[in-house]
Design a protein around this ligand. Structure first.
Ligand SMILES: *Cc1c(COP(=O)(O)O)cnc(C)c1O
Length: 348
């Protein structure tokens, strides 16, 4: 098999949802964010697994993404669209029973005019300045917006992965001042906010990355493994070089394995300095630059020629790999390319 294998542990995904669910009181609903094709892992399988675990409300970024999730889940579970009610989406929102999280006066108007009576939510800006109505807009339009009977009022934290950041308390206070006294379910927290404590939970939480095994949910079970097949192994003499730019001159006689997988598969070129591949427990450093479809790895010290090596495993999590590239686990996950064989495992 020429492509790498992404192993996705659905049992771990379900366990992570349950663990995050237990972080909030029983009265708090725990949703599930499956945007970006379930953070790159496959939104259909992820959503079905999370529905079995108990999730009843799913979140996607766009209506198009909602279509895939609705296809997998059938009717019943709510599917909310963070991008709201975009021009051209009316029919899809109606036919697939999606719930747009309206984020501007223009969207509120569009929704009220094109789909009166269709469920919706409202997004407020509590300080991030990304999506949602600002305080002044909200106080001007709240009375009219509330006539749409929104199912949910939500906002989003910008710094929840930094518990001591003053923006957390400031956004919390702002969200409360914009929503206290309304009898509509409220939601403020994604994974990071869930871990900040009960005052951030309100009626519904919206975990994403923690479900898939990423920080800031330090207790997450690993969901993703990535194994890359070895295509060829060669001996390299001292003084010879490996890969583009001749950036890895062999200091001693070496054995170099060439693996299937490269930056076209989301193995960021920036990991070239520092990432390892693993033969079981034995680390093998990258030798030279990541290229589009191939990696070259120093396997001189391995007792036997490996058939494949692991890039994501217990020894190297997505967050560790992200550190090598100066990025975050989210980007590693959502970059995982379409060439991999996605193997879903259902048992713990
Ligand atoms: C992506 C996103 C989430 C999920 O965030 P995680 O950090 O992955 O848990 C929740 N809410 C909104 C508005 C988002 O954009």
């Amino acid at each position: 098999m020429g492509n790498g294998t992404l192993t996705i542990n659905l049992a771990a995904l379900a366990e992570n949802w349950s663990a995050l669910d237990r972080h909030s009181a029983a009265s708090v609903e725990t949703g599930a964010v499956v945007k970006a094709n379930g953070y790159g892992l496959g939104s259909a399988r992820a959503a079905k697994t999370l529905a079995q675990a108990g999730a009843r409300r799913f979140f996607v970024a766009t209506a198009e993404e909602g279509a895939a999730v609705r296809g997998a889940l059938g009717s019943g579970p709510e599917i909310c669209v963070f991008g709201g009610h975009m021009r051209g989406d009316t029919e899809m929102i109606h036919d697939l029973q999606l719930v747009p999280m309206l984020n501007s006066i223009a969207q509120i108007t569009r929704h009220a005019e094109s789909l009166p009576g269709h469920p919706c939510g409202i997004q407020l800006d509590s300080g991030m300045n990304r999506l949602g109505l600002e305080a002044a807009e909200w106080s001007a339009i709240a009375e009219i917006a509330l006539q749409l009977s929104p199912q949910l009022i939500m906002s989003h934290l910008a710094c929840a992965d930094e518990p001591d950041h003053p923006a957390n308390a400031a956004q919390l206070a702002q969200f409360k001042s914009m929503t206290d006294g309304l009898s509509i379910p409220r939601s403020l927290s994604a994974t990071g906010g869930i871990l900040l404590g009960p005052e951030f939970h309100f009626d519904l939480t919206r975990p994403g990355i923690g479900l898939y095994g990423g920080l800031p949910f330090v207790d997450a079970k690993r969901v993703v493994g990535l194994s890359l097949p070895v295509i060829q192994i060669r001996d390299v003499a001292a003084g010879e070089s490996v890969g583009y730019g001749y950036s890895w001159p062999a200091k001693a006689p070496s054995r170099i394995a060439t693996l299937s997988g490269g930056y076209a598969d989301g193995i960021l070129r920036a990991i070239s300095a520092g990432a390892q591949l693993y033969d079981g427990d034995i680390p093998c450093p990258l030798a030279g630059r990541v290229s589009m479809d191939l990696l070259t790895v120093d396997v001189t010290h391995l007792p036997e020629a490996p058939d494949s090596l692991d890039l994501l495993c217990d020894h190297q999590t997505m967050d560790a790999l992200a550190d090598c590239a100066g990025t975050i686990g989210y980007e590693i996950l959502t970059s995982l390319g379409p060439r991999y064989t996605r193997r879903f495992v259902e048992t713990p």
